[in-house]
Design a protein. Structure first.
Lengths: 299, 299
DNA sequence: TCGTGTGATAGCGATTTTCTATCGCCATTG
DNA sequence: CAATGGCGATAGAAAATCGCTATCACACGA
């Protein structure tokens, strides 16, 4: 029964019988039969088909909701029993917005010190992807913005606040300033994340609120790419202060990370976890770690 | 998987492999094998055995907790999908304290008018049995006292308040009074419910608070038995006002139901349902009905 | 010491599961 | 408009699992 529900979850993710089957480690006919069995047992069609996958019926959507919950609970049960016997072990799957990637270490390092048997998989994702993947049980927790866009059905634990700095070469026009305003920054050509990232949308909003039209000369979904461009000293960017610091950018003496003042431009970043009570032991330990570390990160 | 979890639930109820198997509609070896499979798959012993059932291990208790939840969710899912397709149908299992039995009709009648396809099974139970059976998914909802003894992991919906009357023959000593005090009642020989019933404990407490030692000449776990004794006119009892009224007791002219005054002796009776979000459609409709009817029962 | 009750085990037949191979449908495309 | 490719359903056989009957092993009481 539960494995059939997992078929349904995979189908919701992949929207494709073949790929869903592969994801479940079975062949396509097996998955087809599994779905059909559920439909027979409920006496209701769950999936709209017509020579290809065409989404779920209303009943299918409801079953999907229950499936997420039941499958999640079954996984949590297994994990908890295992932890009772063998201590905390297993793999914790995290998804993190690019600008917070450098902060993950402050969670994972003490976590690992406490629970050496736990392994990590960390994905770089957009904030919307993170929420989706939590819903679909593809990850155990995420690190993302808490305040701006609606979170949906997750629990949130505040972790730290992000403040922005202008990164410029030390011979650039604004390089000699101790601080700059958003209005001034809006005049500078910038390289930023792509617009599917919430960070970009936040920064663009802040720039636009000054009345100016920002000039984004380069965009990418990779912080590494932005970072490498800024490192040349020929590009300017806006980065969270902590990220710049943890990359050691300001120690090169070729670059300056200048605080941007003028309005409360700080965003809360936090852990988001599935809305399940109780949580799995691995996630529970992560939340505990976040609560321990968060006070150390306050400004 | 889910059916194995049901094996575990049955075992918790019956504390006996054979009876649990029978309750699940399988043979004892099948249930034994099912439990063993779970133990193998978890790598942990769940049940302490020694030529007979000796309770669950710590891990087993945790699994049991999850099993209650997962099995309950799976049932709720089935019910909801069925309701989506065929409208509200199925069997609603209720357990009710004896003194509230006569009030059940005020819920079931309008419920049935609204949802004719729903069938009812109503058990007469003590308040503690009700809470246990909700935990173990043996009933869908209960009707019991909300205030006095701790409820545990259930949701409660207040339904009505119970006030007590002294029932006596019209030629008995107190029969000519418009109202009596608890102190006066404590002097009368009474027939009441047995002490495993919360109603008895409540009334006994109220009597004792007057300083007197109550004289319980007859006790039973059946309201019908108490009722038939009181009907002879030779016995006195204490009953909730509504119960006396709905039994038509006071219309015989042989009996009088005299309000007992002196202290706030009223108990809230309410619906208790499993602490699950969302609830099953059948229970959800019952809660809606209770909320509709409750205002009509206020004094 | 024997009888009884309880749960585990063995062995076997029935059922279910899942695979491979293939079909039929539809959309795309040259 | 016919060929092609992708997608999901179906058929049939092999494999695995399930669940039963019968029986065993053990503990406890009479």
């Amino acid at each position: 029964m539960i494995d059939k529900l997992e078929f349904l979850l995979a189908l919701a993710r992949e929207k494709h019988f073949g790929r869903a089957a592969e994801a479940c480690g079975v062949t396509q006919p097996t998955l087809s039969a599994g779905v059909k069995q559920m439909e027979d047992s409920f006496g209701v069609l769950l999936v709209n088909r017509g020579s290809r996958f065409q989404g779920f019926t209303a009943e299918g959507e409801r079953v999907l909701d229950w499936a997420r919950r039941i499958v999640g609970d079954a996984q949590a049960m297994r994990q908890e029993v295992h932890a009772l016997k063998h201590g905390l072990a297993g793999r914790l799957r995290l998804a993190v917005i690019p600008t917070a990637l450098a902060m993950v270490e402050t969670l994972t390092s003490p976590y690992r010190a406490r629970h050496p048997a736990v392994q990590f998989t960390v994905f770089s994702r957009t904030s919307t992807e993170i929420l989706n993947e939590i819903e679909n049980l593809e990850i155990d927790a995420g690190l993302t913005y808490l305040d701006n866009e609606p979170l949906g059905r997750v629990n949130a634990i505040p972790f730290y606040r992000e403040r922005y700095r202008l990164l410029v070469a030390d011979d650039a026009p604004l390089a000699d300033r101790d601080e700059v305003t958003w209005a001034e920054v809006a005049q500078v050509p910038l390289c930023l994340l792509t617009p599917d990232m919430q960070n970009r949308r936040i920064i663009e909003r802040l720039l636009r609120e000054t009345g100016a039209e920002p000039n984004i000369t380069l965009e990418s979904d990779s912080m590494i790419l932005l970072y490498s461009h800024v490192r040349t000293g020929r590009w300017a960017s806006i980065m969270p202060a902590r990220l710049a610091a943890s990359l050691g950018l300001t120690e090169t003496n070729k670059l300056r990370a200048i605080p941007i003042v003028g309005q409360e431009a700080s965003q809360t970043i936090g852990l988001v976890i599935p809305l399940r009570e109780p949580m799995t032991p691995l996630v529970s330990a992560l939340v505990a770690e976040a609560r321990r570390v968060a006070p150390l990160l306050e400004d």
